[in-house]
Design a protein around this ligand. Sequence first.
Ligand SMILES: [Zn+2]
Length: 316
Amino acid sequence: MSNSVCVYIGDELARYGFGEGHPFGPDRLVAFWSLAQDRGLDARVNQCAPVSATREVIERFHTPAYVARVIEQSASGEGYLDCGDTPAFPGIYESACFVVGSVLDALERILNNECRQAFVPIAGLHHARRDSAAGFCVFNDCGIAIATLRLQYRLQRIAYVDIDAHHGDGVFYSFEDDADLIFADLHEDGRFLYPGTGREAETGLGDAVGSKLNIPMPPEADDEVFYLAWERLEAFIDQHCPEFILFQCGADSIAGDPITHLRYTPAAHRHAAQRLKLLAEKHCQGRLLAMGGGGYNRDNLARAWTAVVEALLEPA
Ligand SMILES: [Zn+2]
């Protein structure tokens, strides 16, 4: 068990996407898993089948009215679930339930000591708000995971770390006044990229001031810029002593992504995973869940996500 890592693989998870040819297409999981197999990771991880979530657990974070709307538009397959980025398609509700359910299953396995860490490749849908979809994200599995860690597992102090090129606005604004949600996000400066938020001065509201760290990165930022910012992020998380770490390791921050401008290499993702694993061992009995997040260049997401899994498999 000591270094065991669960990875969620299966068609039900792959299907969360917006059609062939879309940046968030159903071929992303396959791209990751092909490289993982080439590197022999399939024999080293515990492969777990995707699990669906109930409406009840989704409503730990989302409003019932919004969930009802997703169910309705999933049946008709028509219209958008937000202002025009996230189209409904037939069965999108069921697909989104598998993303959430797999993340919650991973939490359960970690907290039951069935594994040390876990990776859910199609997850980390950090833009969805409590009452709306946004930016290809239907249900915010990160927000649901935070709510579940508290309600079901009685953990209060949760760290959320996000290195996706886009700011994790759906998580940030949902917990902006929550002092026990330790939020740290390296993202491309919002003046140049969707969703436009995450200024350095945004550090939380009221009692929660100081519990959030936003570091906007200049477009074209490379690994050198990343490592400098990472040191600040790591010290911030360390200082707040979390009980669980959620890691959104979006691969759209790697050079060559078709919709962003950052220029990291997968070494950045490997480093982040290695260092967060150490912090998890120090503060959280190793408890860390990684979620794939964005990444629209297939080679990049495969290289970044396999680097994350390899880092988690390394001896502590
Ligand atoms: Zn992204």
